[in-house]
Structures are given as structure tokens and as C-alpha cells.
Design a protein around this ligand. Structure first.
Ligand SMILES: [Zn+2]
Length: 477
């Protein structure tokens, strides 16, 4: 049989053999509740530019109060009227155990109507998917957590410790990060033994087939750099060499072709060691190849072609915004770009800034560190937080629930390539683990992008996941 047919047959069989997403066993009332909350949240604009997390927090607070929560256990508070945070508490058995804190952010990344097929702030169900801004990141899990809290209250569930839910502002951008603000101003309200961050982790699927459960154990460092070139300018009928736009264009062209070096950390090495047996064909072979010493260069090259794997194997820097010129008929006096970097643990933003200067190789191009609306010549030397492997207390209940809901697929500690609010909770001394039950196809990650969506079946499986997981964590069994 010709290799290609055999290869395709192999892939087909392996996908066919992968377990499918379970049909969640939710009763109609719970299903409807979870869907209504999700729709309500998606249709509240919580972007930094024009939205309000206060409106979303108040809407969720009303749902909890209507469900019977005591007013003293449901609070909406924040630094100003648009940046409100919700903090809600379920009281436990009053034992010695410190509470569990669950964090999630209510804000979403900007979404331009013109870029989308449907209105990003209209909840749409189509072809087995829910569409809308936040269906992956992360109103999907905000809705799930509110639904879980209401279910616990309705059935008078008493956990063996308090469970605190904080749904917050400005994780995606803006100047009023809610987790940081709560830690600074209301630590008593959210103090806990450990934190579950529903904005990280999740379930990896390939074409709808279950592969593994991800648990965040490490995170890349986020950094923005302002890359700029200036020039005296002049009349555009008298073009001169040294055009500011060309300096930036050439520099970005060099960046495009200068990937940062391949590097595995203890977490990503363990991740690929566990993922390789779940893969087949070339991908499986390449995963083994990059784990060799020295790693197989051809395997690295092939794996780098996959955005997800590439981001796990190196620091990445990409141009995300560009602006230049002040008039069509004038030579540009300023050309400026934003370069967004995701830095491997063990490396600092200043180290990467200097590497960018080296890559751009142009004294006309300035590279400054940009954060919170300000820029500085140098960048911090701080590195990402050291890896945190979840303890058995967190992993064992997870394995049990994954066994019940996801056919016992393996749980793999991973490095998140995106940044999350765990940087604040970990810096405040609260061990934090990225965990949620939403399955997203590896090649359908639409976070921050257009036509963001989640499978309907994945949503309802995720609803059941957190309900069972929180019970497994707090039922003292
Ligand atoms: Zn997020």
C-alpha cells in the first residue's frame, strides 16, 4: 500500500481511536441556566475602550442574590465606575482549611464588527458552535463559575472550606487590573490557600477528539516594545534616503526571519514527553526528535511550522501594531510599531529588548519597553515566575473528574504561552494553577481573534466539569 494512503489511514485511525467529547448529563433547567448566563455575559461589552466590567459584575451579582446568596457574600467593587470586580463567597464547613480562590476576568479584547462574520457582542449559536467575543477567552468560564455557584446554593452544598469567586477587570489591557487591585486593597476578601485560574489550562482536542487535559504549571512573560524611527521629514516630492518608514519596515522584515533560539524548559520537556505518545505519524516522530540530545534540527523546523508548538519551543516576538506619517504629501517624521513578545521562563524583558536591538541592527531604530501607557529606555530584569507543579490535593480530584468526563485522558502540566493574572496571585504568595474544562481544538484557537467560538458540546461539558471538580476538591473525600 502506497505510503501516503498508509499514512492517511494511520491518521484517520488515530483520530477515530481518540475519545470523543462526552455529551454532558445536564438536566434541562441547568442547561438553560448555563446558556442564559453565557449569553448575558457575551452581550455585555467589557472592552477597555468603551465597555464596563462593572455592568457585567453587577449582572452576575444580581443572579447570585436572586438565587438566594446573602448580600454580605456578594460584592461589586473597584477603583472606578467602569472597572468593577465581583467577589462572591460560599461558606464552608468552618474547619481549619483556608479558602480556595477562583479567578477569572470579565474584560475581553477589542473586537471590530467589520472584521467579524457576526456581531461580536451578539451571542450566536450556529453549526454546533456558540459565537461571540469571550466564547474562548474567557466569559465561557465566567458563566460556568456563576452557574456552579448557583447550583451549589440551590442544592445547599456545603464544602469543607470556603470557596471564593473573583471575576475581575483589566486582565487583557487597561490600567486597573482587578486581581492586583483586590490584592492591594481588599486582600482579606480573597485570601486563600491556593488559587484556581480558570483563564488557563483547559482540554486539548484535535478535530473534536479528546487528547489531554492541560494544567498550567508555568507561564511565558509578557512584554511590549515600542520600535520607532524618526526623521526631519520634508516635502514628499523630494524623497531622501533614510525614510523613517523604511527603517521600521526593514527592521520588522529582519524580525520576521529571526526566530529566537529553540529551548525546552523542564515543564515543556515533560509536556512533549507526555504528548508524544498521544500523537501519531510525523508529529509523534518530531516530538521525539526535539527531545533528543542534541535535538533533531529538521524536527524543530517542522514543529516550528505549527503556531502552538512553536510558541512552546522558544521566545516569540511579533509586530502587532504599526503607525507612521502625518500627511500623504509629507515625508514621514515618525514611524512606530508595537512588537509583542512572549518570553520563556528564565529570560527577562531587558534581555529580549537587547536581542531585538541586535536583530534590527539599525542605530536609527529605537527599542523601548512599553507598559501601562508609558515607555522606558530599559526593560525589567525580572523573569517569569518559576514553574509550579500542582500538588496531589489539586491533581487527584482533577484526575478523578477527567476520568468521569473525559475518558481518563492524561493530565499534562504545561507552560501557558499567553499571560494571565496568575502573575499577581503568585507574586502575592498564593500558589496558582490554571485549570478549566473547556475543550478547544488545537488548530481552532481564536482567542483575541475574529469569529471567536466554542463548541456547544464543549461548553456544556465545561459546565459539568467545574461543578464536579469544585465538589471533588471540597467534599473532603
Ligand atoms: Zn484571558
Amino acid at each position: 500500500m502506497k505510503t501516503s494512503i498508509r499514512l492517511w489511514l494511520g491518521i484517520l485511525l488515530s483520530v477515530l481511536l481518540l475519545p470523543a467529547l462526552p455529551a454532558a448529563t445536564l438536566d434541562d433547567a441547568t442547561r438553560q441556566l448555563a446558556r442564559d448566563i453565557f449569553k448575558q455575559l457575551i452581550e455585555i461589552n467589557t472592552t477597555d475602550s468603551v465597555g464596563s466590567t462593572t455592568v457585567a459584575a453587577q449582572a452576575m451579582a444580581k443572579r447570585l442574590l436572586d438565587a438566594g446568596f446573602a448580600p454580605e457574600d456578594v460584592k461589586v467593587l473597584g477603583p472606578n465606575e467602569r472597572k468593577g470586580n465581583l467577589v462572591a463567597r460560599i461558606h464552608g464547613g468552618g474547619g481549619a482549611l483556608k479558602p480556595i480562590l477562583i479567578i477569572g476576568h470579565l474584560d475581553v479584547v477589542e473586537a471590530l464588527r467589520a472584521d467579524w462574520t457576526s456581531d461580536p457582542f451578539q451571542f450566536l449559536e450556529k453549526d454546533g458552535f456558540f459565537y461571540g467575543r469571550g466564547t474562548q477567552d474567557m466569559k465561557v468560564n465566567d458563566a460556568i463559575l456563576i452557574a456552579s455557584f448557583i447550583r451549589f446554593h440551590q442544592e445547599r452544598y456545603r464544602p469543607d472550606r470556603d470557596i471564593i469567586l473573583a471575576l475581575t477587570a483589566d486582565e487583557e489591557g487597561g490600567n486597573f487590573n482587578g486581581v492586583n487591585w483586590l490584592l492591594q486593597n481588599h486582600r482579606d476578601l480573597i485570601d486563600a490557600a491556593f488559587v484556581l485560574n480558570a483563564d488557563a489550562g483547559g482540554v486539548t482536542t484535535v478535530k473534536g477528539k479528546l487528547v489531554n487535559v492541560d494544567v498550567e504549571a508555568a507561564e511565558k512573560l509578557y512584554a511590549d516594545f515600542q520600535v520607532s524611527a524618526t526623521n526631519p521629514g520634508g516635502h514628499s516630492s523630494l524623497p531622501v534616503p533614510n525614510n523613517a518608514i523604511y527603517h521600521i519596515a526593514d527592521a520588522l522584515g529582519r524580525l520576521e526571519h529571526s526566530p529566537f533560539p529553540f529551548e525546552l524548559t523542564p515543564i515543556t520537556r515533560a509536556y512533549f514527553e507526555k504528548r508524544a505518545p498521544l500523537e501519531s505519524g510525523q508529529t509523534a516522530a518530531d516530538m521525539k526528535g526535539i527531545l533528543q540530545t542534541p535535538p533533531d534540527a529538521a524536527a524543530i523546523a517542522r514543529m516550528s511550522a505549527d503556531a502552538r508548538f512553536n510558541s512552546l519551543m522558544r521566545t516569540t516576538c511579533v509586530a502587532t501594531r504599526l503607525a507612521a506619517g502625518h500627511a500623504n504629501n509629507a515625508l514621514p517624521q515618525l514611524a512606530q510599531a508595537n512588537v509583542n513578545c512572549r518570553i520563556l521562563p528564565g529570560h527577562s524583558a531587558e534581555e529580549v529588548r537587547q536581542e531585538l536591538v541586535r536583530i534590527f541592527a539599525d542605530p536609527e531604530v529605537a527599542v523601548r519597553y512599553a507598559t501601562g501607557g508609558t515607555v522606558s529606555e530599559g526593560a525589567p530584569d525580572a523573569k517569569s515566575f518559576p514553574p509550579i507543579l500542582p500538588p496531589d490535593e489539586v491533581l487527584k480530584p482533577l484526575a478523578r473528574v477527567a476520568g468521569e468526563l473525559f475518558d481518563g485522558i492524561p493530565i499534562i502540566p504545561e507552560m501557558e504561552t499567553g499571560a494571565s493574572d496568575s502573575i499577581y496571585t503568585i507574586a502575592a504568595g498564593l500558589p496558582s494553577y490554571g485549570i478549566n474544562g473547556i475543550a478547544i481544538d488545537q488548530d481552532d484557537v481564536r482567542m483575541h481573534g475574529r469569529d471567536e467560538r466554542v463548541r456547544v458540546s464543549s461548553y456544556f461539558a465545561g459546565v459539568e466539569f467545574y461543578y464536579r471538580y469544585l465538589k471533588a476538591l471540597t467534599s473532603g473525600q
